[in-house]
Design a protein around this ligand. Structure first.
Ligand SMILES: [Zn+2]
Length: 351
């Protein structure tokens, strides 16, 4: 179904025009767009937090003087090791600091502007993708040999609570997912991959996954070759600490991606549970992509927390003003983010 190419609507909105330009850029592989706020070429002076491998690069075969990445393809597990727990914590804390990120509030707007700045600072062309009811932010890392092949790493940045207009810290839900996206963008932007990777901060998830429905629909309408979507939603509440396990939710269409990620997690020693035939978390962002015909999965902290009340992993903080950073367990959060980066790098294939 992804091979069907439809023509653009007769009278696209400005936002659609912007996205179409962005999509055209992907399809034509233009990595150095003049209008981009930051050139996608890695800048040796702009290293990602915790990124220490470039200075170790003594490979004399690298004839591309413009390229700070190694002349030999990066190892996905080496990239994963660059995910830094303190950076994740700092980003979650910053997002919580907006007070509320409920869609339409000043905090929601300010948090989006901050995310946009962070993605641009990673050196990636970054654009807003407005839709009826909210705004997504999309940063694009174009592939080298197969730029038309797209992998999406997204997390919703909006939050909610019983006092949603004023206090909705959303540390676990879903500042944790956004922090993982930001870390991945900063790290992976320093390297090259055969396929393209889109880093997306999704809007208006709490209003019915409006942002993901919009983007998934647009990508389907354009016949884009989306090979997979990873959309973590809550990856930082681990009441069992190091004894916890993360859940990987998919469906029959995305079963191979679920199994890929589980295999990588196993290899990295990160306990996990896979869910293919299930009824959990339907309506979350990843299911918007599934509905649009794309393989999509969601790594998350505990299915039981939302769906099986009374288990030892039950979270009392879900959609509450108490979903704060002090309730999180960051060592395991970092491991899950590392698994995601290793998975994305494996799929997009270092070049
Ligand atoms: Zn959520």
């Amino acid at each position: 179904m992804r091979t069907v190419i439809s023509s653009p609507s007769p009278s696209p909105s400005p936002s659609v025009i912007a996205l179409l330009a962005l999509l055209l850029c992907v399809l034509t592989g233009c990595q150095h767009h003049d209008d981009a706020p930051n050139d996608s070429t890695p800048d040796p002076t702009d290293s990602a937090p915790g990124d220490s491998t470039d200075s170790d690069d003594t490979d004399s075969d690298d004839t591309d003087s413009d390229d700070t990445s190694s002349g030999t393809p990066a190892d996905p597990f080496d990239l994963a090791a660059l995910v830094d727990q303190d950076t994740l914590l700092a980003d979650i804390t910053a997002l919580q600091g907006f007070g509320t990120r409920y869609t339409g509030t000043p905090g929601g707007e300010a948090s989006r502007a901050w995310i946009m700045d962070e993605l641009q600072a990673a050196g990636l062309p970054t654009e807003e993708d407005p839709f009826e009811g909210g705004v997504n932010v999309i940063a694009r890392l174009d592939g080298t040999t197969d730029p038309e092949v797209i992998w999406v790493f997204s997390a919703h940045y909006d939050s909610t609570s019983e006092l949603r207009d004023t206090i909705a810290p959303g540390a676990d839900d879903n500042a944790s997912g956004v922090a993982a996206v930001l870390s991945a963008a900063r790290i992976m932007s320093q390297y090259r991959f055969k396929a393209s990777i889109w880093f997306v901060a999704m809007g208006a998830e709490e209003q019915g996954s409006l942002g993901s429905a919009h983007l998934a629909g647009l990508m389907a309408d354009q016949g884009l070759d989306v090979r997979g979507v990873v959309a973590p939603d809550m990856i930082a509440y681990w009441p069992l600490g190091d004894a916890d396990a993360f859940d990987i939710l998919g469906d029959t269409e995305s079963e191979s991606l679920v199994n890929d990620m589980a295999g990588i997690a196993d290899e990295m020693g990160v306990a996990n549970k896979v869910w293919i035939e299930h009824r959990y978390c339907m309506g979350d962002d990843h299911t918007s992509f599934q509905d649009a015909g794309f393989p999509a999965i969601s790594p998350m902290d505990c299915v039981e927390a939302h769906n099986v009340r009374g288990t030892e992993e039950d979270t009392p903080h879900y959609h509450s003003t108490s979903d704060t950073v002090d309730t999180l367990y960051m060592p395991f959060t970092a491991r899950v983010a590392q698994v995601i980066v290793a998975s994305l790098a494996t799929w997009a294939e270092p070049d």
